[in-house]
Design a protein around this ligand. Structure first.
Ligand code: SF4
Length: 353
């Protein structure tokens, strides 16, 4: 009989599964305590269950997590992890800052949203990750960091559009947050979307933080760099943001990538401010991380500073995201491409060969 993966279940789903198999509901809670609480997956140690029961459970459950195939550490402290998810690979990135350690996780291999500035968007969707493949990125990073670093925040901002894989993403969030799971506060988990408007209420319902990849201050520019805007234009997107703020009392984070000559003018900054000023928000400006074949350029430093200053002058809450991990394939999806089944290339690429 095929086994099912323990990490693919939330507690209610495991309860339902075990009951369907004829076991008591509370067995799910016992298993969660052993695996997430006591951090053991060894049935021999689960001594509050009979030997016979442990034997039966071991025949229907496994605890497989994606294998970490690469772990790179940047000179600036950023760390990149690459996981094998059944022949494909996905990236997670640990980003240190003054007051937090943020793990950025992936939800898909490739992505169909096709934002023009995005490296991952050039790799068509190959698979949506399962709950265990998402959980595995967090658990794998925790394991390799081995208490030297504590992950304080988790952002769904890696490869893929989280709302294109909502069941796995929100089940994983349930396990990451649940006190019976990894016990990470909902307020420390952020889901970033390119703007699949009808599904944005799922972020509200999960009580996590919402980030929106905005990147254009009017429909013409945004539709040019993010084709999804043609389907759900800015007016609809911002309405969904406002509803999130009204219901949760939280701010939304707008991500805004600065592309030379396209989104980086002072008039763009003013338009961005006018567009967002009535929604409780903060704006993260992200100077474009150049990668081969993108067709876009990073603005000059003076232009980046002027753009940010203009927003500050207008009264926006604006932060600039630092480019980190340049020496370890900074653009999301680049490490995966470099790996491409040839781990040796990573060392060569790191040496600048
Ligand atoms: S920015 Fe996000 S949504 Fe857009 S193509 Fe890249 S991974 Fe997909």
């Amino acid at each position: 009989m095929d086994k099912v993966n323990f990490y693919d279940f939330t507690m209610p789903k495991l309860e339902a599964y075990l009951m369907e198999k004829g076991y008591e509901r509370f067995r799910a809670k016992q298993l969660f305590r052993w695996v997430y609480g006591q951090k053991t997956i060894d049935f021999a140690l689960m001594t509050n269950m009979s030997k016979a029961l442990r034997q039966e459970l071991s025949e229907i459950l496994d605890f497989n997590l994606p294998k970490m195939v690469s772990h790179l550490v940047s000179t600036d402290g950023t760390q990149k992890f690459l996981f094998d998810v059944g022949g494909e690979t996905v990236e997670s990135v640990l980003i240190p800052s003054e007051d937090r350690m943020t793990l950025c996780v992936s939800s898909e291999v490739g992505c169909n949203i096709a934002c023009k500035f995005c490296f991952t968007g050039k790799q068509k969707l190959k698979m949506r990750l399962s709950v265990s493949q998402i959980m595995g990125q967090y658990l794998g990073a925790v394991k390799v960091l081995n208490d030297t670093v504590r992950i304080s925040n988790i952002v769904f901002m890696g490869m893929g559009e989280p709302l294109d894989n909502p069941v796995s993403v929100f089940d994983a969030i349930e396990n990451l947050h649940s006190p019976s799971g990894c016990n990470v506060s909902r307020k420390k988990i952020t889901v970033s979307t390119s703007g699949i408007v009808p599904l944005m209420p799922l972020i509200t319902k999960s009580r996590t933080r919402m980030a929106v990849s905005l990147n254009g201050a009017n429909d013409a520019v945004r539709s040019f760099i993010m084709p999804i805007n043609k389907k759900w234009p800015l007016a609809e997107l911002l309405k969904a943001c406002r509803e999130y703020c009204d219901e949760t009392g939280d701010k939304v984070t707008f991500e805004y990538v600065l592309l030379k000559g396209i989104t980086d003018s002072i008039e763009d900054a003013r338009e961005l401010y006018r567009l967002t000023k009535n929604i409780p928000n903060k704006i993260n400006i992200i100077p474009f991380n150049e990668h081969p074949g993108s067709g876009f350029e990073r603005p000059a430093e003076s232009q980046i500073v002027a753009f940010q200053q203009e927003l500050i002058k207008l009264g926006a809450h604006v932060l600039r995201r630092k480019t980190m991990g340049r020496d370890i394939f900074a653009a999301c999806g680049q490490l995966r491409s470099a790996y491409d089944g040839h781990p040796g290339r990573l060392e060569l690429a790191q040496q600048g060969v």
